[in-house]
Design a protein around this ligand. Structure first.
Ligand SMILES: NC(=O)c1ccc[n+]([C@@H]2O[C@H](COP(=O)([O-])OP(=O)(O)OC[C@H]3O[C@@H](n4cnc5c(N)ncnc54)[C@H](O)[C@@H]3O)[C@@H](O)[C@H]2O)c1
Length: 330
C-alpha cells in the first residue's frame, strides 16, 4: 500500500514515516512546514509542501503518489493557543480535515488513520480511561479532536471511508535525538529547562488523592506510538481483505500510571540531577489521574507499548542536549 502522511515532518509524523518505511510500506508526506522540519524526513521520501486545507494540493498529492491510505497528523496542538485563538484551531483541525476528506473521496482513497488525543476526555474522574469513558473536552484543542472524530465517522458512513482514530495519551521521547520534539511545553521539557538553569524541578501540587500526592499520567514513547499507527494501517488493510468494516477508536497509552514525583526521579537519573524537586501549589485544571486502558488497542490492533519510562526520558534528554548545543536546530 501507499500512504500519505500529513504532518510527516513533525515530531510524531517523522517517527510514523520511519515505522512505515521499516515495515516496507510506501510513504509520501504532505506538510506545510509550519512547525515541521524537512530535514526530519529520510532521504528519498517525497515531500509535498502545502496545506491539507488546500483541497487542490491535497488531491494532487493523493493522485500523484498513487495513495491508497492517509495517516492524518497535521494539526495545531497547543492547548493555551487554542483557548486564545479558537477559530484558528477549528479552521485548521476541523476545516483542514474536512478539506482533506473531500480530496480523499474525490481521489477514491478510503482508508484513514486519524490523530486524536486523550484531550477528548477532558478531566475524566476514573481510575482507567476506556474508550467508553464520556468525552468532555475542556479546551478548544480537545473539542477539535472530538469534532474531527465525529467528522471522520460521518464521512465513513456517507462515503465508505474506513478509519482508525488513535487517542494518544502523553507522548514523550525520541527514536534519535534529531527527531525529538522541539516545541513541547509539557512537564518533561519544563523539568529539563529548570535543570539546565541549575534549578530543581518544580512539582505543582502534592496533595492530590494519588499514592504519592502528585498527579499521575500515562506516558508513551513516540516510537511505540508510531508502531500503533503501523498496526492501525495494517488493520485497515485487513479490513479491505474482508474483515469487518467500519471505524475503530482506540486509546494509545501504556495502561501504566506514572506520578510527577516518579517522573522527576527518572529525569534525575537521566540528567544526573540529584537534589529533590520543589513543590508549589496546584495549577488550575490539572486532573489527579489520567491513565489509559490499553486493552482495546491490544485486542483490536495487536498493539502493546514496549518501551519504558527510563528510555523515554533519556532519549528526550539527548534531544534536549542536541537542541541546546545547536539552537538553530530548534
Ligand atoms: N505531541 C503530543 O503529545 C500529542 C498528543 C496527542 C495528539 N497529538 C496530535 O498528533 C499530531 C502530531 O503532533 P506533533 O506532536 O507531531 O506536532 P508537530 O507540530 O510536531 O507536527 C505537526 C505537523 O503538521 C504540520 N502541519 C500543521 N498544519 C498543517 C497543515 N494545515 N497542512 C499541512 N501540514 C501541517 C506541521 O508543519 C508539522 O510538521 C497532531 O494532530 C496532534 O494534535 C499530539
Amino acid at each position: 500500500m501507499s500512504w500519505l502522511i500529513t504532518g510527516g515532518a513533525g515530531y510524531i509524523g517523522a517517527h510514523v514515516v520511519r515505522a512505515m518505511l521499516a515495515a516496507g510500506e510506501r510513504v509520501a508526506v504532505l506538510d506545510d512546514l509550519s512547525t515541521g522540519v524537512a530535514e526530519r524526513l529520510p532521504a528519498g521520501v517525497p515531500l509535498v509542501r502545502g496545506s491539507v486545507a488546500d483541497g487542490a494540493v491535497a488531491e494532487r498529492a493523493l493522485r500523484e503518489h498513487g495513495v491508497t491510505g492517509v495517516v492524518h497528523l497535521a494539526a495545531q496542538k497547543r492547548v493555551p493557543e487554542s483557548v486564545a485563538r479558537p477559530t484558528l484551531y477549528y479552521r485548521e483541525n476541523v476545516g483542514g480535515l474536512a478539506t482533506l476528506l473531500d480530496a480523499m473521496v474525490a481521489a477514491g482513497v478510503r482508508r484513514l488513520v486519524f490523530s486524536s488525543s486523550a484531550a477528548v476526555y477532558g478531566s475524566p474522574d476514573v481510575p482507567l480511561v476506556t474508550e467508553e469513558t464520556p468525552c468532555r473536552p475542556i479546551n478548544p484543542y480537545g473539542e477539535t479532536k472530538l469534532a474531527g472524530e465525529w467528522l471522520v465517522r460521518a464521512v465513513g458512513r456517507a462515503h465508505g471511508v474506513r478509519s482508525v482514530c488513535l487517542r494518544y495519551f502523553n507522548v514523550a521521547g525520541a527514536a534519535s535525538p534529531e527527531l525529538a520534539d522541539r516545541g513541547a511545553a509539557n512537564v518533561i521539557p519544563l523539568f529539563f529547562e529548570r535543570i539546565e538553569a541549575g534549578l530543581p524541578p518544580v512539582i505543582f501540587g502534592d496533595d492530590y488523592p494519588t499514592p504519592d500526592g502528585t498527579c499521575v499520567r500515562d506516558y508513551i514513547h513516540v516510537a511505540d506510538l508510531a508502531d500503533a499507527h503501523l498496526a492501525a494501517a495494517r488493520e485497515l488493510a485487513r479490513a479491505d481483505a474482508g474483515a469487518p468494516a467500519g471505524d475503530l477508536t482506540v486509546n494509545v497509552g501504556t495502561g501504566v500510571g506514572v506520578s510527577v514525583r516518579e517522573l522527576a526521579a527518572a529525569v534525575g537519573a537521566a540528567t544526573g540531577w540529584s537534589s529533590p524537586p520543589v513543590v508549589e501549589g496546584r495549577r488550575p485544571g490539572d486532573p489527579a489521574r489520567v491513565v489509559a486502558s490499553a486493552a482495546l488497542a491490544a485486542e483490536r490492533l495487536g498493539f502493546t507499548a514496549r518501551r519504558g519510562l527510563g528510555e523515554m526520558v533519556s532519549s528526550a534528554w539527548e534531544g534536549w542536549l542536541l537542541r541546546s548545543a545547536d539552537p538553530a536546530a530548534g
